[in-house]
Design a binder for this molecule. Structure first.
Ligand code: TXA
Ligand code: MG
Length: 334
């Protein structure tokens, strides 16, 4: 199968919408990362996602919707879920909710809950409207590899395995959505950190007078969420995390090692030196992180030594460090 990368013309959006409705796969841009979309209510279309990504069917998919009204067709929204959707949608927040019968088992890996999100990217919204269906979409990368933030990343990973990629340029945020499980009224749980923090969610719930505790301790998690296993989001090069790249590392680094600074250093070492942001902006670092890991991986560095986000980097810094920790985890850490 030849993969076509299409610019977002009105004609292409209609064509891709139709392709999706008929059960074909289309990689689409969102504000977080590119997603590999299929008609969520068509089990055979969803099956193709797992095949193209080599993703185990035990790893459930996120369903993308235009907004709350559409989401109610596939999940039961309590007061808290409604409040969070009203406050943060469209945007980088995925809610895990009790599912309705219409949702095929393949989407949820047989679980009683479904993950739902309304993306804010204008092209994601346009394609949802053109397709006139709900879209199941995991990140558009081979299973276990770094998520794609540009159409060319999708092409590099999935070429000849999917028919279409909608090119919407670089994703604004660059890290996957925050996932919160609100399916159990006895306790909400943050499953994946992202651009929206547990505190943001908690504050919103408190403001509207609802129970607002959100557990962030993942060790007691009962839901199976494979994207949260160690050793996910991994490049082939090994990744080593450091708080600060030392003078010793700066001066004694062999060319096979890449040094990645949080921000541009004053006196960069002569070779193999990179940085996530010019002046230490967490938005810029998040936006560039995956493209940077991919580039260094492609250049064949044996090891990537990378600085963690500092404490001042806040919510995005925490999300960056979560992904870096997973990228650095060895298979043996499972
Ligand atoms: O930003 C994002 O969320 C992107 C864009 C495309 O929307 N999507 C994304 O999908 O990152 P994916 O499949 O790469 O990661 C979704 C995570 C997986 O770890 C999956 O296990 C978890 O969400 N998940 C999906 N359904 C779930 C459910 N019912 N309960 C718990 N976890 C679930
Ligand atoms: Mg993924």
């Amino acid at each position: 199968m030849k993969t076509r990368v299409l610019p977002p013309t009105a004609e292409n959006l209609q064509k891709l919408g139709q392709a999706l409705r008929k059960g074909q796969l289309v990689a689409i841009p969102t504000e977080t990362v590119y997603g590999l979309a299929a008609n969520a209510l068509d089990p055979r279309a969803c099956q193709r996602i797992f095949q193209a990504k080599h993703r185990p069917t035990t790893d459930p998919l996120i369903v993308h919707v235009v907004g709350l009204e559409a989401a109610r067709k596939l999940a039961f929204f309590g007061n808290s879920a409604t409040a969070l959707a009203r406050a943060f949608w469209p945007g980088p927040l995925t809610l895990v909710l009790p599912k309705r019968l219409v949702v095929p088992a393949i989407v949820t890996s047989g679980q009683a809950t479904v993950a739902v999100r309304a993306p804010s990217h204008p092209l994601a919204q346009k394609i949802l409207r053109a397709a006139k269906c709900l879209l199941a979409a995991p990140s558009a990368n081979p299973f276990g590899y770094v998520s794609p933030t540009k159409a060319e990343h999708v092409f590099a990973g999935l070429k000849n395995r999917i028919p279409f990629i909608l090119d919407g340029g670089a994703c604004a945020i660059g890290l996957e959505s925050t996932i919160v499980d609100v399916s159990n009224p006895r306790g909400f749980r943050l499953l994946r950190p992202g651009a929206i923090s547990a505190d943001d969610l908690s504050r919103e719930l408190q403001q509207v007078g609802l129970p607002h505790e959100i557990k962030t301790n993942s060790s007691s998690r009962q839901v199976f969420t494979p994207g949260l296993l160690p050793q996910h989001y991994s490049p082939r090069s090994s990744v080593r995390l450091v708080t600060k790249i030392s003078t010793n590392l700066r001066t004694n680094t062999p060319p096979a090692q890449a040094l990645v600074f949080w921000r541009q250093p004053a006196n960069p070492p002569a070779h193999s030196c990179f940085w996530l942001s010019l002046r230490g902006s967490e938005q810029e670092a998040a936006h560039r992180l995956y493209a940077c890991l991919r580039e260094l991986d492609e250049r064949g560095f044996a090891e990537i030594i990378i600085e963690r986000a500092p404490a001042y980097a806040g919510t995005l810094g925490k999300a960056i460090n979560d992904r870096l920790k997973r990228a650095a985890a060895k298979k043996s850490d499972h």
